[in-house]
Ligand binder design. Sequence first.
Ligand SMILES: NC(=O)c1ccc[n+]([C@@H]2O[C@H](COP(=O)([O-])OP(=O)(O)OC[C@H]3O[C@@H](n4cnc5c(N)ncnc54)[C@H](OP(=O)(O)O)[C@@H]3O)[C@@H](O)[C@H]2O)c1
Length: 351
Amino acid sequence: MRALVMTAPSRGCDRTQVQDVPEPRPGAGEVTIDVTHAGINFLDVMARRGDEGYARAWPHVPGLEVAGTVREVGDDVTGLTVGQRVAAFSPGGGLAEVALARAALTVAVPDRVPSRIAAAAPVMLASALLLLTDAARFRQGESVLVHSASGGVGSALAQLVPALGGGLRIGTVGRPEKVLSARNSGYDVAIARGGDLAGEVRAAADGGVDVVLDPLGTSMLDVDLAVTAPGGRIVLFGNADGGRETPPLPLERLIGGNIAISGFSISRLSATVPGRAAGALRQVLDLIATGRLDIAVTEVDSLDRVPEVHQLLAEGRGNGKYVARTGAERTGAERTGAERTGAERTGAERS
Ligand SMILES: NC(=O)c1ccc[n+]([C@@H]2O[C@H](COP(=O)([O-])OP(=O)(O)OC[C@H]3O[C@@H](n4cnc5c(N)ncnc54)[C@H](OP(=O)(O)O)[C@@H]3O)[C@@H](O)[C@H]2O)c1
């Protein structure tokens, strides 16, 4: 089968290529999936550049989220059948024609959800949901500040806040030219980092923000603490620039400000508490199927084009969410009317 293979750590595309590799076979509690679409993530880029903990071994086959149909089920698997449409968290190896997944992290896809959208649900959408509901304990009407607002997770958060009954959405971006795309994702206020960020956030959210979602390591922690309202929660969920320095715990500011800091990792959560990750995946697929969440993705038409998308993300030039088509999906014409989405029925190409 064809799979995207990273042969050694690199900051460029030079060591990533599509290769023929042996197909995985499911062990007990596992399934294999004929992948039609696979999500492309910044986490793949972190693996590519050799950040600790992102690639278990080299060569490395990236890819953490897939959609397709069940190809084979291993022993002890119940509730999943060959040919069933599914989305799954993959432990790596998702950017391939066939992927392995734990049955506990594999979920049926409702008929109304196209596979290209389902492929973005495990890492991008389930992370965004869990960041808000579990990690940040978001409550209806609260204000939210999101860094890297124009990326995949950032754009998903902008859609989810109103779906959860939310309030003001403020997004920050690394370049002025991304302000518009953050606004288009749904942010009420979008700010390019660089000036007096704390002042600008405070001007937008009188009294500070209730929730801060920060994938930028600790480089923005001072700003986060300065803009968080009493009782607010800051969630650190990434280390985009790969920095390794951990500043001392700002105890006085946490206690004095009544502020909580927590961390979030979808990879660790799915490995250790798969039921929570799978539950969030079911929930976001249901939100899409019932029209309460409307997500757009950019689809690239083959695995061969994934390295250029990785490079776009590595250079901070990505815009929204990217998904790769890795295999044949039944077309709208091949599916029944009930299976087709509203967008397909009206002919509108939404993503
Ligand atoms: N903990 C988790 O479970 C989890 C799950 C999914 C994603 N994440 C993290 O969330 C972030 C967004 O993920 P995504 O999939 O939405 O990625 P994405 O669409 O590629 O967005 C990544 C963004 O990171 C920012 N960035 C900051 N420093 C960067 C650097 N040195 N190189 C390149 N980009 C840099 C850029 O936005 P700006 O310049 O606008 O800031 C870039 O657009 C990533 O840091 C990712 O690792 C964490």
